[in-house]
Design a protein around this ligand. Sequence first.
Ligand SMILES: NC(=O)c1ccc[n+]([C@@H]2O[C@H](COP(=O)([O-])OP(=O)(O)OC[C@H]3O[C@@H](n4cnc5c(N)ncnc54)[C@H](O)[C@@H]3O)[C@@H](O)[C@H]2O)c1
Ligand SMILES: [Mg+2]
Ligand SMILES: [Mg+2]
Ligand SMILES: [Mg+2]
Ligand SMILES: [Zn+2]
Length: 456
Amino acid sequence: MTSVQMSAKDEMVEQFLDYASRGDLANVSTMISHSSQLLNESGRQGWTALMLAARNGHFDVIKALLLNGCNKFLVNKSGQTAYDIAKFWGHRHIARFLASSGDVTLPGILPSNKSTENETYFSKEYLNRMSDKRTDSEWLSAKQSSPETVFIVFHNLDPLVTTEPEERNDIQSQLKLYRFGRDSVKKVLENSDTVVVFLGVEKQECSPSSLVSNEDGLIAWFALNTKKNPTESLKVTASNSFFLTKPMPMLLMLNEDEAGIVAQARSVLAWHSRYSFCPTCGGKTKVDEGGYKRTCLTDGCKSLQGIHNTCYPRVDPVVIMLVLHPDGNRCLLGRKKSFPPGMFSCLAGFIEPGETIENAVRREVLEESGVTIGPVQYVSSQPWPMPSSLMIGCFAVAVSTDIKVDENEIEDARWFTRQEVMDALVKGNQAVFSMPPRQAIAHYLVKHWIGINSNL
Ligand SMILES: NC(=O)c1ccc[n+]([C@@H]2O[C@H](COP(=O)([O-])OP(=O)(O)OC[C@H]3O[C@@H](n4cnc5c(N)ncnc54)[C@H](O)[C@@H]3O)[C@@H](O)[C@H]2O)c1
Ligand SMILES: [Mg+2]
Ligand SMILES: [Mg+2]
Ligand SMILES: [Mg+2]
Ligand SMILES: [Zn+2]
């Protein structure tokens, strides 16, 4: 860089700091929109725009700087943060805002690239759920007898799959759901033990209506689950078909489209298998709304008045977080006793009633590792149909670094460097530790942090 360029840059920084110091929100915003790098630049004595705005009590400027992702943890040459400065100069509302954990701060150590939806395994929506059709029993029964309709079959929640003979050597990602037509599942459908769930219809781009002969041009999909092995009543033509008896890791070997279908079907079927009776009164229930509701058959049961979540399939939200060290170059991973030897993963935990995602992240990390969390940023989510969790993947920035493991939940937790994490992803067995497989959102979060494409 030449000295002329240096001074031009310095001049721009000085100008920006001056606007922040004087509370000139319009010019601060304009300059950020041209160069977001200005956000964390400092001038004399290491003062940033945030510190200067905190010194002079300019709340609007502080909000704009934080909203745009400036790092509130930076310190000046006296070791003061913007919070310390606001407190010292008596701007208590600003100090409170800077200290609050639920604000919009995204410190510079969080990756700035936003993730795109539906990138995780189990998250792809191959079908259009058409929830409005669930109450149309005539339409549903017409679809059940349509020759184009696709049925997939589960036995005790294990899907029936098949492999192409020539692909047998590479079983990974070559498993396909066995797709039945109505005549092949006729007997299974007649069985009173069979639970039927309407999954949706193929999206138009998958099956252009010109190729479909039925009235509305829609190809419907249903999932069936039986307790008794249905093999004898099914018309299975392929020899290489079998039920996936070990959900983990076998359910991770489907192609991405079908993984999404299994996530939906298995979760709803698992709910039916665990909630046969009414959770409110213990009475018998009947399956309604294409398998998306169980209605209590007991007169006067409270679940029949108003809306009751006991009548609908449940989803358990789980936070799973990659905790980032305040230095931005290490992350915290832990291992449960049940993990394969040498494997470390992100910390995770169920969200409790009355809790936000951010607070669940902070509580679980503190409980399991003793580390205190500041800002939390949502990254991506993943349905996890064993039986029915929604993994909510976040980055969480630590504000303390000492580890004290809760031995009931976690066997070990450690800070790993970027290099160690990269080795675990690339070198496999030769690395210091191993990561969960690429289909797990923990793997995705780690790759996202170090900036590797999630499909690699
Ligand atoms: N994909 C991954 O990489 C990854 C990594 C870690 C954990 N996980 C998954 O995240 C989930 C939650 O993590 P965790 O086990 O550490 O949670 P956790 O830390 O909250 O501890 C689990 C305990 O919470 C209690 N609990 C509270 N609500 C529950 C509910 N709705 N269902 C079941 N138990 C409940 C139970 O006592 C259970 O033993 C697990 O299913 C786990 O398999 C996934
Ligand atoms: Mg926990
Ligand atoms: Mg946990
Ligand atoms: Mg918990
Ligand atoms: Zn009831």
